[in-house]
Design a protein around this ligand. Structure first.
Ligand code: DON
Length: 565
């Protein structure tokens, strides 16, 4: 009996050691001296830090972390999606890397409309027609080619290959989502059992041999292995079979672009963020410029006055977004005007400190946010020379379109939903748009992703970003104010409760316990409608303070992890 008991204990110990090899416990705050990676998964953050320790710079680490996330965070980490990066070199040079998906050559303005001109619900979100031409592999490669330090590209991809081969233990939240989307996986991929189990449990091992094969090809041959040859053919075959229109030419033509970031001064800081095709940098810049005209520090954190001002600014900024923002290579986005101090002052002339301005009715229409849940992910990196990279990447919804490329094991995005399918008709985030964000061949769909770097007196100060669809911009906005105006440390700034207004629907979304009762009462009295939501944003950020790096993941995602040395 005693022997049996001992054997039991022993095998339990062996089992948990085995588990620890493949699953890593997440830590959500850390202070370190030299370098740091914050991502949505401990294994991925550690791979990034390993690259830094091998002499890689922030861009090398970012690339390796991204590939690792495509394995351990399949709901949003990806090679079948797209993203944006802001890079700041130790010398202070800044660049934006745009590897957003593009609309296929065969796409057109009315792609998702029926014969009566109505949007066919779900067509831009599910299956092959939802898929934009993926940009991730091209973007990571372009960033590495221009800014990477390590000469050997394969070094950045091989850790992900190994992970996909050996497998890793899924976290609670990943197992929950894998279970949740089982029917969708089976619907689009009846023959693929990689992500299918009777029921996933925390700690179950997910192996992805097909993805390992694809990543190995990318490690050996670079982006050509993805955009041409058998992988490209398999993408086209699967997209076609799933009702989509991506062809080989689309993939061959895909190119990542380097762009000039949006740079906006805020007090003695400079905020560097993503230009179109993201709305993030412009909207964040507008918001900061507007609130800089008011004494919010004196008014206080989450006070009625501060909240009311921020909400009223957000309404106006998101109204501008709906009308003027889109891919600037296709539409003349009036950047200078949108960020002009006089224009922004004028925009606030009807601001009434005591009353909510009802959202403009030009785009009026009643709608609810779509029920589909969504996920994007962010990575912040700082290296030993204080080179910084802020990167947000996505498949749009959880696991994108749910379509997996047969034989190659990766999910394809459903980013086409970020276009405006028809003026005034909301997408899954309730966001509306117009001509600026109408579909056109090779155009990039408007994004809210806001990878951001902040400098203070010309020196690196903060690196941050978050998932969250339309709430990305306001989550980044609030995190910056929390540090700069409300004197929080990085961890508290990230954990602080959030609220959000996006012009339409006309209500303030807020997390539980954001406001005191008297603030809630005042907001209601001023005419605001309020709606409680589960959470907004999962910010990952690094603050440079007194020569040290203060890293913070977000407790809204238990897997968020900071690693550094
Ligand atoms: O680019 C965008 O704005 C969206 N596709 C991002 C989606 C997202 O953040 C979903 N996550 N939580």
């Amino acid at each position: 009996m005693q022997k049996l008991f001992l054997i039991g204990i022993l095998s339990l110990l062996i089992f948990s050691c085995k588990q620890n090899n493949v699953s890593q416990k997440a830590q959500q705050q850390l202070v370190s001296d030299t370098a740091m990676v914050v991502s949505a998964n401990a294994i991925a953050s550690k791979i990034g830090v390993d690259i830094l320790k091998q002499g890689g710079n922030a861009v090398d680490a970012m690339v390796a972390t991204n590939f690792a996330l495509s394995v351990v965070y399949p709901r949003a980490g990806n090679i079948g999606g797209g993203g944006f990066m802001i890079i700041r070199t130790p010398e202070g040079e800044v660049t934006a890397v745009d590897y957003r998906e593009t609309a296929p050559l065969k796409a057109h303005k009315d792609l998702y409309l029926d014969e009566n001109g109505n949007v066919i619900d779900g067509l831009s979100r599910n299956g092959g027609l939802a898929v934009g031409v993926p940009g991730t592999v091209a973007g990571l490669y372009a960033a590495w080619q221009k800014y990477g330090q390590l000469k050997d590209w394969s070094k950045l991809v091989m850790p992900a290959v190994e992970l996909a081969q050996k497998g890793f233990a899924v976290s609670e939240s990943e197992s929950f989502r894998l279970n949740k989307y089982k029917e969708d996986f089976l619907k689009w991929n009846p023959d693929n059992k990689t992500f299918i189990r009777e029921r996933w449990l925390k700690g179950d091992i997910l192996k992805q041999p097909a993805l390992a094969k694809t990543l190995k090809l990318i490690a050996e041959k670079g982006p050509k292995a993805f955009y041409e040859g058998p992988v490209a053919q398999a993408i086209v075959d699967k997209v076609t079979k799933s009702g989509g229109i991506i062809r080989l030419e689309d993939l061959k033509k895909y190119q990542a672009k380097f762009r000039k970031p949006i740079i906006v001064p805020y007090k003695n800081y400079e905020v560097i963020s993503m230009p179109p095709p993201s709305s993030g940098g412009v909207a964040l810049g507008q918001l900061l410029k507007i609130v800089s005209q008011y004494p919010i520090k004196q008014w206080g954190f989450h006070s009625y006055k501060t909240t009311h001002l921020m909400v009223e600014a957000e309404k106006r900024v998101y109204a501008d977004r709906a009308k003027y923002l889109g891919d600037s290579d296709f539409y003349p986005v009036p950047l200078d005007t949108l960020l002009d101090d006089e224009y922004l002052k004028h925009r606030m002339t009807d601001f009434d400190p005591a009353k909510a301005t009802p959202s403009n009715h030009i785009f009026a229409g009643k709608f609810e946010l779509h029920k589909e849940s969504f996920e994007t992910t962010h990575i912040s990196v700082v290296d030993k020379n204080r080179m910084a990279v802020s990167c947000t990447t996505t498949l749009n919804s959880n696991y994108g379109s749910k379509v997996i490329v047969d034989g190659y094991g990766f999910f394809l995005n459903n980013e086409m939903d970020d276009f405006s399918a028809k003026p005034g008709v909301p997408n899954q985030f309730g966001l509306i748009g117009a001509e600026a964000n109408a579909i056109a061949p090779q155009k990039r769909m408007l994004s809210s992703m806001t990878p951001t770097i902040v400098t203070k007196d010309g020196k690196l100060f903060m690196v941050l970003g978050t998932p969250g669809g339309s709430t990305i911009i306001t989550s980044v906005f609030q995190t910056i104010l929390n540090v700069v105006d409300f004197d929080m440390n990085m961890y508290n700034a990230v954990q602080a409760k959030r609220f959000h207004h996006q012009f339409l629907p006309d209500y303030i979304m807020y997390e539980k316990k954001t406001f005191d009762k008297d603030v809630m009462d005042s907001l209601k009295q001023a005419g605001h409608k309020l709606k409680q939501v589960k959470y907004m944003g999962i910010v990952k950020a690094i603050l440079v303070k007194d020569g040290k790096l203060e890293g913070a993941g977000d407790s809204r995602n238990k897997d968020d992890d900071v690693e550094g040395y």
